[in-house]
Design a protein around this ligand. Structure first.
Ligand SMILES: Nc1ncnc2c1ncn2[C@@H]1O[C@H](COP(=O)(O)OP(=O)(O)OP(=O)(O)O)[C@@H](O)[C@H]1O
Ligand SMILES: [Mg+2]
Length: 386
């Protein structure tokens, strides 16, 4: 159990997590498809990865497809591949994700978003173990283990006619439901400390203890965004409360404003999708962190100036240049900061993150806490190279 926690980063000591890990270990080695259910941010992707790693296919490929991020028009060709000339833009034969995942595992994330026509094809793959590339008439054998994940109530989707009943029944033979964080609050302290330790490690900074009173507040918060929200919360506290012990005031200050009124209501409606406000917040936090580092360095530079010394214009320019990163005539930090709109900050952050992950949109979207669909939109909007 400890081994699994460490290896796959599934942290928690609640009965729910214990059972979850047991289930994962039990079903991982088989080839049966699995459906992972749970609200946004509960750890579905983490569990899917563990299932692959614990299976006999672990040396094979692990392919993640975000069904929600691919336009309906191209999803079939993305999944099953296409023949050259089968449609405009199909300039060469191409294999799809299923062939890429041969002998391995495919995670169909947001499986509830699959268009009905594609659902039919998927059912066929599950039943016959073969795919047909778009534009071809013969099928090809593939040996792929399918894991589906969704934060939607698929039963509801079936009742509303948005998801095929036959596919649903095929998938739900093995269902793993990950409970919301508010259903297993005992995990909160362990998770909070784990994330705190991880950030301290990443930033080569000291671990900041959380006082028992502060932990009490964390224990009672609704965490509608589940583990992801707790993780983001710890990150922002870590960055903004540089070096301080985490006290209740800090927690109240940084908690989601509508949790704050002192009446935590666990019956609040559950918000399942990351909203754009949260994405924006995370981007701003990252910039603040960078700004803080800059300020520290500027302070250092300033402290090198002797008080008795005559501060020459050149020295001032030196510092000013440092602050603005360009030739400048006056020190005007505020104006420099004000000059940049949130859009500019966002554009720059996206560009930098894309670069960091060598253009991988999936990793970039993940790092920035936004959906791939949003990232695609922003790349287009800001005219960034992708
Ligand atoms: N038990 C856990 N231990 C440690 N980290 C966790 C745990 N559960 C979730 N996380 C972390 O929380 C974040 C969200 O998890 P994940 O991406 O797996 O959520 P999800 O269920 O796929 O959400 P969504 O439906 O929004 O895609 C990730 O950074 C993940 O590593
Ligand atoms: Mg996910």
């Amino acid at each position: 159990m400890r081994n699994i926690e460490q290896k796959y980063g599934i942290i928690g000591k609640s009965e729910e997590i214990r059972q979850l890990i047991q289930a994962v270990e039990q079903v991982a080695p088989s080839n049966i498809s699995i459906l992972i259910l749970g609200e946004s941010g509960v750890g579905k992707e983490l569990v899917a990865k563990a299932l692959h790693e614990l299976s006999l296919r672990r040396h094979g490929p692990y392919v993640i497809v975000n069904c929600g991020a691919i336009p309906a028009g191209t999803i079939e060709s993305e999944l099953f591949g296409h023949k050259k000339g089968s449609y405009t833009g199909a300039v060469e034969d191409r294999k799809g994700f299923f062939e890429t995942a041969d002998k391995g595992t495919i995670l169909l994330d947001e499986i509830g978003e699959l268009p009905p026509e594609t659902q039919v094809k998927l059912l066929r793959v599950l039943e016959q173990g073969e795919i047909t590339r778009v534009g071809e008439s013969t099928s090809r054998k593939v040996d792929v283990r399918v894991i589906g994940a969704t934060n939607r109530d698929l039963g509801d989707e079936v009742r509303n006619g948005r998801f095929r009943k036959d596919l649903y029944y095929r998938l739900k033979t093995i269902m793993i439901r990950i409970p919301a964080l508010r259903e297993r609050r005992e995990d909160i302290p362990m998770l909070a400390e784990y994330f705190m330790m991880r950030y301290a490690d990443e930033h080569h900074a000291a671990y900041k203890p959380i006082t028992p009173q502060a932990m009490e507040l964390l224990l009672r918060a609704p965490w509608e965004g589940n583990v992801r929200e707790l993780k983001n919360f710890i990150e922002s506290v870590f960055i903004l409360e540089n070096g301080k012990i985490i006290r209740p005031e800090t927690v109240s200050m940084h908690l989601n404003p509508h949790y704050r009124e002192g009446h935590y209501d666990t019956r609040l409606p559950v918000r399942v999708n990351k909203d754009s406000e949260q994405v924006e917040r995370e981007l701003i936090l990252r910039q603040l962190f960078l700004l803080r580092q800059d300020i520290e360095e500027i302070k250092n530079k300033l402290s090198q100036i002797d008080i008795g010394d005559v501060v020459t214009m050149n020295k001032m320019k030196d510092i000013s240049r440092y602050i603005q990163g360009t030739e400048a005539h006056d020190i005007d930090v505020e104006a420099a900061a004000e000059d940049r709109t949130i859009q500019e900050i966002e554009k720059e952050t996206i560009a930098r993150t894309l670069e960091k992950y060598y253009g991988s949109k999936r990793k970039t979207a993940q790092a920035l806490g936004m959906s791939e669909r949003t990232l695609y939109r922003k790349i287009k909007e800001y005219d960034l190279r992708d």
